[in-house]
Design a protein around this ligand. Structure first.
Ligand SMILES: [Zn+2]
Length: 89
């Protein structure tokens, strides 16, 4: 449930950011890489709390979760930009 929630938040935040930044690579490979990397980072951030506490926090403070997700997405974008996997060879 937490995993699905975070996935939804990251995908929404990333797709919104990408729409407003056409200079970002728009290919599906980069999109999936950014989303996967951002989720890995967010799981680390939220893993410290017991799941029930996280879900309470998520429900109560959606804006903060989205802000955390945006930071994770930006960092993931940097990594993917430096080493994009869409390049052949
Ligand atoms: Zn790409």
């Amino acid at each position: 449930m937490l995993k699905n929630y975070m996935e939804d938040v990251v995908i929404t935040v990333y797709d919104d950011y990408r729409r407003r930044h056409p200079e970002i690579c728009q290919c599906e490979q980069c999109r999936l890489d950014v989303i996967a990397l951002a989720l890995t980072r967010l799981r680390g951030m939220y893993a410290a709390s017991p799941e029930g506490e996280i879900l309470t926090r998520v429900a109560r403070d959606d804006r903060q979760v989205r802000a955390d997700a945006l930071i994770a997405v930006m960092e993931a974008l940097q990594i993917v930009k430096e080493k994009p996997r869409h390049r052949k060879g």
